[in-house]
Design a binder for this molecule. Structure first.
Ligand code: 9MR
Length: 373
């Protein structure tokens, strides 16, 4: 009788435990046979605090990217001065929790101080002098985290929407081969690390062609390129799943990996072309900020359907796609609350402002969760 009772009680707890874990399965387990799943992190999440976002990170993600801590401006603000404290903490967090650590980013047109391209009198440096600064920076940063950082966004956002090279200070100072040089320096600094070209809007054909040219140039120069990062700053309607599908296919045919590196879905009415051009800014108009008191049910459902269609495409390409990283952890701290309009209430991720999984979370999980026979 007593034994029977213990059995019943144990059964009750097991069922409860199972229901609890089914209620919020870990994304990294759900997608373990498909791709790594990760998030971009900030200092308040990796510097030893515990909060709802840290709980989400430890439970759900097996790969991490620093949202800002490894950018040139943060790391190397003036000549000869490196500030590694944040980046070190980020890497230690990843090592401690056995996560795949991604380095973002070495060479970008934004967040790079003006001094990089100038001499002490503010005059433009020669090509060779800028190349030497680039080499020194890449060797120092990649070298410091050699063996710990698994892959680097070597060059970020080098393209215009029409597929030509962005007229960045890198292009102006060095010339078109700045991209090949950056990859060469990264390869020298850590021959084992994966090396990526990362951009947004590659789902649109003209820009995609530009990225294909970059990959082919690196390949024909015999320089390592391991993959292309599709940032995945998407809207509720665009780009289409067909465009995403074709894009993954195109890069996979070049024999490289593809990853979704900065995924989020904007649900707010937003002026401009979409995407992630950080120079784009608009004033705050209440019409552009309609959901300050919560997301209406129909929009919440639309977001869930959008996430489900996106992950269906990702799963279709699981042989090529090695990683899906969200640009943030919960809606509370997403950059989209402040871009391209400051001070809005946006809902772009799978976890809400209280760290709770949203309908979009379950929509994604249900694509792979075993259905009862
Ligand atoms: O999310 C990042 C935001 O906090 C920074 O202010 C901004 C400028 O450094 O960069 C954002 O991250 C960008 C990423 O580094 C590259 N792709 C677009 C991302 C969103 O703008």
């Amino acid at each position: 009788m007593k034994i029977k009772l213990i059995g019943v009680i144990a059964g009750f707890y097991i069922v409860n435990a199972l229901t609890a874990s089914c209620a919020e399965p870990a994304l990294k387990d759900v997608f373990k046979d498909a791709f790594l799943i990760g998030a971009a992190l900030n200092p308040w999440q990796f510097s030893g605090n515990t909060n709802a976002e840290v709980r989400i990170i430890l439970k759900h993600f097996n790969t991490i990217t620093p949202e800002n801590s490894l950018k040139w401006g943060n790391l190397h603000p003036s000549p000869g001065q490196y500030v590694f404290s944040q980046a070190d903490q980020f890497v230690e967090f990843g090592v401690k929790h056995k996560m795949v650590i991604i380095g973002h980013t070495l060479i970008w047109y934004a967040q790079t101080p003006r001094w990089v391209f100038q001499d002490n009198d503010g005059k433009p440096l020669t090509r060779d002098a800028v190349l030497e600064r680039m080499r020194e920076h890449i060797h120092t940063v990649v070298g410091r985290y050699k063996g710990k950082i698994h892959g680097w966004d070597v060059v970020n956002e080098a393209l215009n929407e029409n597929g030509t090279l962005r007229n960045s200070q890198w292009l102006k100072s060095i010339g078109e081969d700045y991209i090949v040089k950056a990859f060469q320096f990264a390869q020298e600094a850590d021959p084992q690390a994966e090396l990526y070209y990362n951009d947004y809007g590659l789902e649109y054909e003209p820009k995609r062609k530009g990225a294909v040219e970059i990959v082919k140039k690196l390949q024909s120069a015999g320089v390592k390129i391991s993959g292309v990062g599709l940032q995945g700053h998407y809207d509720i309607n665009r780009p289409s799943t067909k465009q995403i599908d074709e894009t993954i296919e195109t890069f996979s045919k070049l024999g490289i990996k593809v990853m979704i590196t900065e995924l989020d879905v904007n649900v707010l009415p937003t002026p401009g072309p979409g995407g992630a051009d950080v120079t784009m800014r608009f004033g705050l108009d209440p019409k552009l900020n309609p959901y300050t008191n919560g997301l209406p049910k129909d929009v919440e459902e639309r977001l869930a359907r959008r996430y489900a269609e996106l992950f269906s495409v990702f799963l279709k390409h699981k042989q090529t796609l090695t990683r899906v990283t969200f640009w943030g952890v919960s809606d509370r701290s997403s950059w989209l609350n402040n871009f391209p309009v400051r001070g809005r209430t946006n809902y772009p991720l799978l976890f809400d402002r209280n760290g709770q999984p949203k309908p979009a979370f379950y929509a994604v999980v249900d694509l792979v969760r075993q259905k009862p026979e």
